[in-house]
Design a protein around this ligand. Structure first.
Ligand code: NAD
Length: 483
């Protein structure tokens, strides 16, 4: 299937090409063949994107919120109508099974456009009475915002950043991950078709240097990154030099604590969602699965049984529920962690090997008897590797769950209501789950604490991160001065 986009970039309402930029191949995770090529943005392309976003933003901000919202909601409708086509593109970009992308990617992107489209008309400041005088606040856009994406959810990330930015009256320049450059182009195209003025949502391709060029430009007011912690440090530092606003959605090594009294089937389902969905390439995954000693054997036995239902194969085959890794590089990184797990003495319960003759497939892998100091319990793996750790008491589980530099997500499975709430109150994590795992509806805030990030995406909280308040003091009487 030829999915070569019309051109590499989408700027000022149209596809733009500059083949002098370094070629970036898009490789099919199943056939290992190049299925498309885009070109990294040259300085001239970056300049076009910045200039057009800057030009467009003022008029966009001057429109009423209801008008802006209408554009976003129209874009949501188009996305839903084209869900099949967008899901196939997402599958081609990432290797995730069509079974997943049909329900998780364009649909969640459309949710974000619809939700923030709905909020756009009700963004207000406040009135503060001070005797006869008063202050009012204006909630104003930041200006030109840069979004930089990771490769695991290219459609969703492009929308999670674009929807609140545009709803608040900003323009966005989005740089997708070089590993999955295709989907964001479609979002730009759809927004334009829905009535977004030219320049309001531009997409440029490239590696980290293109990201750096964008975020250090004086015309840029904010950067929102989804990526790893080391990249986050670099992007945050570059933004700080220009005193720019940031949202950092970074990596994790989240704990999932399963108590003896948990519903076993639900706990196993939660651990599957938190370790093997998208072949484990999800930032909020609960990869440190703390299982209380009384339920450990039953948990491992049932997990092994359930994994027999994994069906690997061509991600475009509707019956396949487990796809390849996004790239050979990512497969090799994950294999390295599996080898470390074995070398450091964890018990390999199932998986651990490549699968198939072709394609970047890795079996879903479960390690038991993992201890807190092992590499597989400390580092983010970003692949289908679950580490099961034993524990005895609630206090012990909480202390060990929090003993990490990350703080993206955390979950608990128990039938003890008060214990569940005690645990989430104690978790040092931005996104918590009780008796489920890894759901991220647009209505709920999503984001991390500690090294996992700053700021929140989704929910009304995102509005705070794409606007600034202007306070206006209004005097109703004479001005008193000392002389
Ligand atoms: P990455 O950090 O390698 O790259 C992320 C993006 O940053 C890419 O677009 C890349 O080109 C760009 N980039 C790299 N160096 C840069 C620089 N110096 N300046 C500006 N931009 C730069 O991450 P990845 O491998 O694409 O994605 C996996 C990581 O993303 C994992 O750590 C995962 O946990 C994280 N992630 C987090 C969330 C979240 O919401 N918290 C969601 C998905 C993925």
């Amino acid at each position: 299937m030829n999915i070569q986009p019309t051109a590499s970039h989408f700027i000022d309402g149209q596809y733009v090409e500059d083949t002098t930029g370094a070629p970036i191949p898009v490789i099919c995770q199943m056939s290992e063949e190049v299925i498309a090529t885009v070109h990294a943005a040259t300085p001239a392309i970056i300049e076009q994107a910045l200039a057009s976003a800057k030009r467009a933003q003022t008029a966009w901000a001057a429109m009423s919120g209801t008008e802006r919202g209408r554009v976003l909601r129209r874009a949501a409708d188009i996305m839903r109508a084209r869900n099949e086509e967008l899901s196939i593109l997402e599958t081609n970009d990432t290797g995730k099974p069509l079974q997943e992308t049909r329900v998780a990617d364009a649909t969640s992107g459309a949710d974000a456009l619809e939700y923030f489209g709905g909020l756009a008309g009700s963004l207000t400041g406040e009135h503060i009475q001070l005797g006869d005088d008063f202050v009012y606040t204006r909630r104003e856009p930041l200006g030109v915002c840069v979004g930089i994406g990771a490769w695991n959810y290219p459609t969703q990330i492009a929308c999670w950043k674009g929807a609140p930015a545009l709803a608040c009256g900003n323009a966005m320049i989005f740089k997708p991950s070089e590993t999955t450059p295709l989907c964001a182009l479609k979002i730009a195209e759809i927004l334009h078709e829905a009535g977004a003025p030219a320049g309001i949502y531009n997409v440029v391709q490239g590696m980290g240097d293109v990201g750096q060029a964008l975020i250090t430009d004086p015309r840029v007011a904010k950067v929102s990154l989804t990526g790893s912690v080391p990249t986050g440090r670099k992007v945050y530092a570059a933004a700080a030099a220009g005193m720019r606003h940031v949202t950092m959605e970074l990596g994790g090594k989240s704990p999932l604590v399963i108590f003896d009294d948990a519903d076993l089937e639900n706990a196993v389902s939660g651990a599957i969602l938190g370790n093997f969905y998208s072949s484990g390439q999800v930032c909020s995954n609960g990869t440190r699965v703390f299982v209380q000693k009384g339920i450990k054997d039953a948990f491992l036995a049932r997990m092994t049984e359930r994994l027999a239902d994994v069906k690997m194969g061509d991600p475009l085959d509707e019956s396949v529920n487990f796809g390849p890794m996004v790239s050979a590089r990512q497969r090799d990184i994950v294999e390295g962690f599996i080898a470390k797990g074995i070398a450091e003495g964890a018990t390999l319960i199932t998986g651990g090997k490549r699968a198939g003759d072709k394609g970047y497939f890795l079996e879903p892998t479960v390690f038991a008897d993992v201890t807190d100091d092992m590499t597989i319990a400390r580092d983010e793996i970003f692949g289908p590797v679950m580490s099961v750790l034993d524990f005895e008491t609630e206090a012990e589980a909480l202390t060990r769950a929090n003993a990490t530099e990350f703080g993206l997500a955390a979950g608990v499975f128990t039938s003890d209501l008060t214990r569940a709430h005690r645990m989430v109150a104690g978790f040092e994590a931005g996104t918590c789950y009780i008796n489920t795992y890894n759901l991220a509806p647009v209505e709920a805030p999503f984001g991390g604490s500690k090294q996992s990030g700053v700021g929140r995406e989704n929910s009304k909280a995102a509005i705070e991160h794409y606007t600034q308040l202007k306070g206006v003091y209004v005097a109703m009487g004479d001005v008193e001065a000392p002389f």
